[in-house]
Design a protein around this ligand. Sequence first.
Ligand code: SF4
Length: 307
Amino acid sequence: MLGAKSIILILTKSALNIKYLAMSLITEFDPWKNELCTCPAKFSLSPYTGCSHGCLYCYAWSYIRDFSNPRPKKDFTKKLERQIKKIPAGSIIPIANSSDPYLHLEKKLKLTRKMLEILKNYDLILNLVTKSDLILRDLDLLKQFKKIIVSISVTTLDEKLAKKLEPQAPSPSQRLNAASKLAKHMPVIIRLDPLIYPLTTEKLEDTIKAIKQTSAIQVITSTYKARGDNLKRMTGVFKENELFWKKLYLERGEKKSGYWYLPKVLRKELIANVSEITLRENLKFSSCREGFDNLNTAACDGTDLFK
Ligand code: SF4
């Protein structure tokens, strides 16, 4: 039975939901009902709908119409100026959860830059997540935030493999180079994410050593989770792995929250391996939506840095 406190909490939450559902830009973070998500309460914000990096494994394609044809949000800056005033001080705002703030359009439209110009005047914890070194263009603005974390996503050091996996994204060396430059001014996290067995898991030691060289402070990792559409894209490019992945995920794996996970023993082994190497390199470690929270030495998104 629900106690009075729970009822008040539910009512407050639904009041919040109603309030923020009415807002089209800043919404409560929704991990798509993933039971393993350990993220703190936060919001979602993105200047764009969809993404142009073309990552084969991306989970957002199946949730967003015409995903690979990104477009700017209508009246973005005007709406942002109005809506940001209603967000409580100290809130965590990740940018972006289902897009990349530095996708190709950003070079021309500069919506992310305009967004930073607005957000720098507010007390927020900003977590920018990107695969693009275009972020360096905005270093002057990023330096003006008191509470900022930049997360750069890298899956492999192998440039040819990355080109197949993330055909339109900047190369791994461009991303790590951006991470090094940013780390001189602000906390940088590398998202070694997702781990694609066995394509990206054979040289983890080299990858994490390269991450250490950037002066990043934390590694966040997770394993690739298969869904109908992303598995189709992956097996379309890596045809030689089709049978192997189908057996591994669809026959031996486990289904959680609509995704096929690797068999638990293998998943645990991979995550523990990344954790061990990361800690040996004196970096903080966390895993994302894996259920091995006991291995984490920091919050799963790194935002505990400012809590
Ligand atoms: S950069 Fe992120 S949002 Fe864009 S396609 Fe890749 S995984 Fe998806």
